[in-house]
Design a protein around this ligand. Structure first.
Ligand code: BG6
Length: 460
């Protein structure tokens, strides 16, 4: 089966994702001779939208594999045209990539699924986020997918899992007893996960204004990071066993009651958002959110996990910070110094750095003197003299290999909706959205959320 090769069919084939991420990755892998079995790339879209200019820059042998097919995802004729192409691909694995606006997922899957009944080719389907708009629509989407594809053929993408530093959490924890030994409520005071962006909606208002920060970033990216960070070690490295541990973790997150939402979640909107092109002037969409979660299991009972994300903030920074408890009767306190906690941080963007913050006596000082905060920065690219591949490159390679470890299983996406849905419902009933200055750290309510627990947001 493998040596018959594979072909990509990219729905949304002239869209941003295809042009900026998918084609460059395929071209790079092709140049590196990693796609020797590639039989074709079919770009399916209504119009070419700049594709001819892009192709001009490509090497001849790669562009020969590329074919644009004018395509309307709601038209039977388009699928009939695609069927003709598939007829010439006997035995070839067909990889369908839904790089489409989410409103078109259902209809595309139905049409495609019906067409594929005529063919026996091996197949895979890749589906971008957001996976549904809420629990019900995600459930419906899963049902539609399962009508035509088995779970093993489905790849639900969360591109954060393709990021180098996120993947390193796994080996950092499970290959090093010095860290795994302290990865629990006995040593960890709290955890912060931040995905801060300096950009605004950047011409994506049509999508973003329906979605907002909680759906766009928390339901998927931040909860996926949280799963990797807090899960139990899997029994073995089979993709299903890794995903079992992630769902177990998501199921252990304490249910949020609607009446408690005001105490554990805040939202915000940057000033000027309502004037952005394409934004509904009466929009209630949040561009910032911060929340506090608890995981009710033996490892994490009582440890708060603070999550925050937003647009038009002070800088681009994606970072996980694990803050450790103070040592009882620690030196710093005895000496009337200002003790700082130990911290382990994973910077995911802009760089891939693991940082350890420790307290040390300045080496030239008297033996008994106030320890000062000292840091060890482990920049992965510098250390390994290697550029970490772009997230999509990692994920596309996994799809070709048929490895599901870094893709979201049906039950995970549903559970993630269950976690955030009470917040969405509570916000629906409340019109007040605090505003924040572009370039700031978000609304003051986000500071209050953590400060009322006598903690503060950290930038490592
Ligand atoms: C996407 C969101 O999934 O992730 C965007 O839809 C966001 O709104 C982006 O900007 C952030 O990803 P990255 O890789 O740039 O940190």
């Amino acid at each position: 089966m493998k040596n018959k090769g594979y072909a990509f069919f990219i729905f949304g084939g002239s869209g941003d994702l295809a042009r900026k991420k998918i084609y460059p990755v395929l071209r790079k892998l092709y140049k590196e001779r990693e796609l020797s079995n590639l039989k074709g790339i079919y770009a399916l879209a209504r119009d070419e939208n700049g594709l001819p200019d892009l192709i001009k820059e490509w090497e001849e042998d790669f562009s020969k594999l590329f074919k644009f097919i004018p395509f309307d995802v709601t038209s039977n004729q388009s699928y009939a045209d695609m069927g003709k192409e598939i007829e010439s691909l006997k035995g070839v694995e067909l990889i369908f990539y839904l790089a489409l606006p989410p409103t078109l997922f259902e209809t595309t899957i139905r049409h495609l699924g019906s067409l594929l009944r005529r063919f026996s080719n091996p197949r895979k389907i890749i589906i971008e986020k957001p996976f549904g708009f809420n629990f019900l629509s995600a459930d419906r989407l899963n049902n539609t997918l399962h009508k035509y594809f088995i779970e093993d053929e489905i790849y639900r993408i969360d591109h954060f899992l393709g990021k180098g530093a996120v993947q390193s959490i796994f080996s950092f924890r499970f290959s090093n007893s010095i860290f795994e030994g302290i990865w629990n409520k006995n040593f960890v005071d709290h955890v912060q996960i931040s995905a801060l962006e300096d950009i605004g909606v950047e011409g994506r208002a049509g999508y973003y204004d329906r979605i907002g920060a909680l759906r766009d970033m928390v339901q998927n990216h931040l909860l996926q990071i949280l799963s990797f960070l807090a899960m139990e070690p899997p029994c073995c490295l089979e993709p299903e066993r890794i995903r079992d541990e992630k769902i177990k973790l998501l199921l252990s997150i304490r249910e949020i009651r609607k009446k408690d939402v005001k105490n554990i979640a805040v939202r915000g909107r940057y000033k000027g958002y309502l004037q952005e092109e394409g934004v509904d002037p009466n929009s209630k969409t949040e561009t910032f959110t911060a929340l506090k979660l608890y995981i009710d299991n033996l490892r994490w009972q009582g440890v708060p996990f603070y999550l925050r994300t937003g647009k038009k903030l002070n800088r681009k920074l994606t970072e996980i910070v694990i803050v450790f408890k103070e040592i009882p009767g620690g030196f710093a306190k005895l000496l009337d110094c200002f003790p700082q906690p130990n911290v382990i941080a994973f910077q995911i963007a802009p760089k891939n750095v693991i940082t350890l913050k420790i307290q040390l006596r300045p080496p030239a000082q008297r033996f008994i003197s106030c320890p000062v905060e000292s840091r060890l920065d482990f920049d992965m690219e510098e250390y390994y003299h290697e550029k970490i591949p772009e997230a999509y490159e990692m994920l596309i390679k996994d799809i070709l290999e048929g490895d599901h470890s870094l893709f979201i299983r049906a039950d995970e996406t549903l559970q993630a909706w269950k976690i955030v849905e009470p917040i969405l419902e509570a916000w629906e009933e409340d019109d007040h959205i605090p505003e924040y200055e572009p370039g700031s750290w978000g609304p003051k309510e986000a500071m209050e959320l953590i400060e009322k627990d006598s903690r503060r947001w950290l930038i490592v």
